[in-house]
Ligand binder design. Structure first.
Ligand code: SF4
Length: 298
């Protein structure tokens, strides 16, 4: 039984996250698997829709925002982390899970990613890394490989891509994982671990985009990914080893929980002015007499 105090008095079911809206992604898009995996993780962790907030950035993945039940937010491009972190600070009783693409997260919104990791806000963030802007029909993003011809770069991309994990590890993260959109079971297991983490969980999903990412299709990833639990002596508490394992993106791509800091202290537990306060900010807003505030402007 979950501890929800609303109408959910029984174990959470898949049907609790049902939406009558129909998914519209391209055939064989990796987003289908990711959306299924997140539902699976929420059900497995017995988290009802009234106790979670799913935040979507703009991008192909964001078109799933109204195709799943529960509380959802669909933000402006690259800004989903700013909203999600704010929501988690305001109400610590809910699980906040945010989704962003490589375009919005590592292009327009990269400053928010830096802030979220450094602040160690207590949320899960899922990066849908399909190596391009799929929604705008195959533009090169910050992770598109150099030399690849995209619709916006017909002569080939001329910049080197950002190495996602090198960038993330440089910010001293508290939880880092990588998974693959072709393996729903693996993804949901990773999502479950991230939900339980105390602090900011960064998850890179290597996502297939059959319409515009022809450089690394589903089968390309499938033949290269290897979970770190199958690597002899791997220690997910060792950040240097994790960074090293995450380096290779061509031959053997490490997936799984790459790193977790057991001593992670989330943002709100480091705010001295909140440590003796039992309630949440959202409760204080509820009773705040706004008319008095407005009176000050009269
Ligand atoms: Fe999926 Fe790519 Fe189609 Fe977007 S363009 S829906 S990411 S396959």
């Amino acid at each position: 039984m979950n501890t929800c105090d609303c109408h959910h008095k029984t174990d959470v079911r898949f049907s609790d996250y049902y939406s009558e809206n129909i998914l519209t992604w391209c055939t064989n898009c990796g987003n289908y698997g990711i959306q299924a995996a997140i539902k699976r993780a929420l059900v497995a962790e017995n988290i009802p829709p009234c106790r979670t907030l799913l935040c979507f950035d703009v991008g192909c993945h964001g078109n799933g925002a109204d195709k799943i039940g529960g509380y959802r937010f669909h933000g402006i491009h690259g800004r989903v982390l700013a909203f999600a972190c704010g929501a988690s600070v305001a109400n610590r009783k809910i699980k906040v899970i945010a989704f962003g693409g490589d375009g919005g997260t590592l292009g327009e919104g990269i400053n928010h990613l830096v802030s979220a990791i450094r602040g160690n806000y207590d949320i899960t963030f899922v990066l849908h890394n399909n190596l391009n802007y799929g929604l705008t029909t195959g533009q090169a993003s910050a992770t598109t490989k150099s030399g690849i011809k995209m619709n916006s770069s017909p002569d080939g991309v001329t910049s080197d891509p950002i190495h996602v994990m090198n960038f993330v590890f440089s910010l001293n993260p508290s939880f880092v994982a990588r998974t693959f959109s072709g393996d729903v079971k693996h993804m949901s297991g990773i999502f479950q671990e991230s939900i339980k983490h105390n602090g900011f969980s960064f998850i890179e999903v290597l996502q297939s985009c059959p319409s515009y990412n022809h450089m690394t299709p589903h089968q390309w990833y499938q033949s290269r990914v290897k979970d770190v639990t199958q690597m002899s002596g791997y220690n997910f508490r060792d950040i240097k080893a994790a960074r090293q394992a995450a380096e290779d993106l061509e031959v053997q791509i490490a997936i799984g929980v790459l790193y977790q800091n057991s001593k992670s202290v989330p943002f709100m537990q480091r705010q001295a002015n909140r440590l003796k306060v039992s309630g949440d900010l959202v409760d204080e807003v509820k009773v705040f007499p706004t008319e008095k505030l407005f009176d000050t402007f009269r």
